[in-house]
Design a protein around this ligand. Structure first.
Ligand code: NAI
Length: 253
């Protein structure tokens, strides 16, 4: 089992990709520290992991709070260890032209998607470096590579997440720490669905988007979890600074 005796810390583990990742790595032997701002969702994930025969603990955590993040990581690392940090928590925003984006939306999306990942890296790095090995996987997006229309704030945060990942890969490699990003296309999660719900005809918008994907469908959270698990595992021992696109071929079609 790839994660035997490993502890994997996941943010935004109460839903979607974070939950699928918790289940994936737990099935492969990891102890999961499942964190989320949403306590109910996080506890449901822990229940699902335990039902699947795995082991996990929930810690409530708002990733935008640097002090809280450091405290939760420290407590978890002392109690269970820390081998991989998955900075997955993220939010979207309603489609809007750049000039129409409100200050509130700008600050909120930057706070969660960028500061949240930054806080996670800052909190995890001292532990991973001091033990001389470890992996960080940040969840970017296709928007890490593309400038999506009416998604300027989301695109700017996800582009920054990828470049932050590269910077960490180049500075922490000598301490045995790898950093990578997973960059998904449209995935069937509450966040993905939010986008379609913002359209006049959500069903039609979804069907049109599916048609744009070479595989004729959107992705499943489990398909992103597989990529995250690969990058967090020793199978990716010489992969660092990479942005792994998981988009069913959308970006090359
Ligand atoms: P989701 O909405 O299903 O799950 C996100 C989780 O993050 C939720 O449990 C939520 O409570 C948590 N969260 C939100 N704000 C938080 C905060 N301040 N502190 C801690 N937790 C917080 O979304 P999904 O789709 O699973 O998204 C996971 C990641 O994947 C995000 O970073 C998202 O940007 C990224 N992504 C998703 C895509 C999609 O189509 N679903 C496509 C590309 C990237």
């Amino acid at each position: 089992m790839r994660f035997e005796n490993d502890t994997v810390f996941i943010t935004g583990a109460g839903s979607g990709i974070g939950r699928a990742t918790a289940l994936k790595v737990a099935r492969e032997g990891a102890f999961v520290v499942a964190t989320d701002i949403n306590e109910d969702g996080g506890r449901e994930t822990v229940d699902a992991v335990e039902d699947a025969g795995g082991d996990a603990a929930f810690h409530e955590l708002d990733v935008t709070d640097a002090d809280e993040f450091k405290a939760v990581v420290e407590t978890a690392a002392d109690e269970y260890g820390l081998d991989a940090m998955i900075n997955n928590a993220g939010v979207g925003h309603p489609p809007a032209y750049t000039e129409d984006v409100t200050e509130t939306t700008f600050e909120y999306v930057l706070d969660v998607n960028l500061r949240g990942v930054w806080n996670g890296c800052q909190a995890a790095l001292p532990h991973l470096k001091s033990q001389g090995e470890g992996a960080i996987v940040n969840v970017g997006s296709l928007a890490s590579f593309l400038g999506l229309p009416k998604q300027a704030v989301y695109s700017l945060t996800k582009g920054a997440v990828l470049n932050l990942t590269r910077a960490i890969a180049s500075e922490a490699g000598r301490d045995g720490v790898r950093a990578n990003a997973v960059c998904p296309g449209f995935i069937e999660t509450p966040l993905g669905d939010q986008f379609f719900q913002s359209k006049r005809d959500p069903e039609k918008a979804k069907a049109e988007t599916e048609k744009q994907y070479p595989l004729g469908r959107l992705g499943e959270p489990e398909e992103v979890a597989d990529a995250i698990a690969f990058l967090a595992s020793d199978e990716a021992s010489f992969v660092s600074g990479h942005g792994l696109v998981v988009d069913g071929g959308f970006s090359v079609s």
